[in-house]
Design a protein around this ligand. Structure first.
Ligand SMILES: CCC(=O)Oc1c(C)cccc1C(=O)O
Ligand SMILES: [Ca+2]
Ligand SMILES: [Zn+2]
Length: 304
């Protein structure tokens, strides 16, 4: 039986051309990427707008994934490959578990579903309702955000509630920036397709989207697991200040080291400051300009 790795192409959610690592078997092409140095593969499936996952392989008859409805599949597959490459090339991490395990993305989840999530085993993306969101895999920073939830779960294990949960969220947004560093916004490529210039969140100006950027404005609430998507504005602002001061490359190093070496399931904002300072000291020395910039960033958001 002839089966093989193939190279296809398609158009993403926003119409962009994407080269795709696909697989051919018995007359059908699959979004199934066997080209990475991993024990598993990168594969994309569709829930066909139901809620059973992983659903069915995304398939095509001629390896030209150009149907409008295939945009979500194309971007989930392409963006997952980009995030895999980022973690491997920049941080020497092989997939979310650092053991090269398969990365599965399921698209077309639910109906008018304005959400994306890592379910503990795979990534899942809704199509959005066309007003609040376009299909969510269409944004590289969203895919990086979701995959970073998986990395966090396998490393620091930051509990998804209150300050540790807001940190969990912030780590996903900061790595979303590292992948999509053309702007300080999150989700801008899929958020409100009918409205230009807005986003889900802003790291440089959390207040623009109703988030605090200082401990004085920390929101004490039980909703949203203790406000994890609200209070993440505080560590996000510290992240913006840190990256702006020390540069992306140094920031990537100290953030990855903090996440994988020092943070724990119950770490709070003050622990995050300490973890990043320790990581800066490890790489650049305590008292280095990098170290001092990190301290200053967290001072500015009122975290000591
Ligand atoms: C930037 C990606 C993001 O925030 O995805 C979510 C959405 C759109 C709704 C609810 C939760 C999440 C999440 O992944 O935290
Ligand atoms: Ca962005
Ligand atoms: Zn998240």
């Amino acid at each position: 039986v002839t089966a093989s790795a193939t190279s296809g192409y398609g158009y993403g959610v926003n119409g962009g051309y994407k080269a795709l690592n696909t697989y051919y078997s018995s007359g059908t092409y699959y979004l199934y990427d066997v080209t990475k140095p991993m024990s598993g593969v990168i594969r994309t499936t569709t829930a066909k707008n139901g809620t059973s996952i992983p659903g069915w392989y995304s398939v095509d008859s001629n390896n030209a994934w150009t149907a409008y409805s295939q945009g979500a599949d194309v971007d989930a597959h392409y963006n997952a490959g980009k995030v895999y490459d980022y973690y491997y090339n920049t941080h020497n991490r092989n997939s979310y578990d650092n053991s090269g395990s398969t990365l599965t993305s399921t698209v077309h989840y639910g109906s008018n579903y304005n959400n994306a999530f890592w379910n503990g085993s795979q990534m899942v993306y809704g199509d959005g309702d066309g007003s609040t969101f376009a299909p969510l895999s269409g944004a590289l920073d969203v895919v990086a955000h979701e995959l970073t939830h998986a990395v966090t779960e396998r490393t620091a294990g930051l509990q998804y509630q209150y300050q540790s949960g807001a940190l969990n969220e912030s780590m996903s947004d900061v790595f979303g920036y590292f992948l999509d560093s053309g702007d300080w916004l999150m989700g801008e490529d899929v958020y409100t397709p009918g409205v230009g210039g807005d986003a889900l969140r802003s790291l440089s100006n959390p207040e623009a989207y109703g988030q605090p950027s200082h401990m004085n404005d920390y929101v004490n609430t039980s909703s949203d697991n203790g406000g994890v998507h609200t209070n993440s504005g505080i560590p996000n602002k510290a992240g913006y200040l840190t990256i702006s001061s020390i540069g992306k490359s140094a920031a990537e190093k100290i953030y990855y080291r903090a996440l994988t070496v020092y943070l724990t399931p119950t770490s709070d904002f003050s622990d995050a400051r300490a973890a990043l300072l320790q990581s800066a000291a490890d790489y650049y020395g305590s008292g280095s300009s990098t170290y001092n910039a990190v301290a200053n960033a967290w001072n500015q958001v009122g975290v000591y």
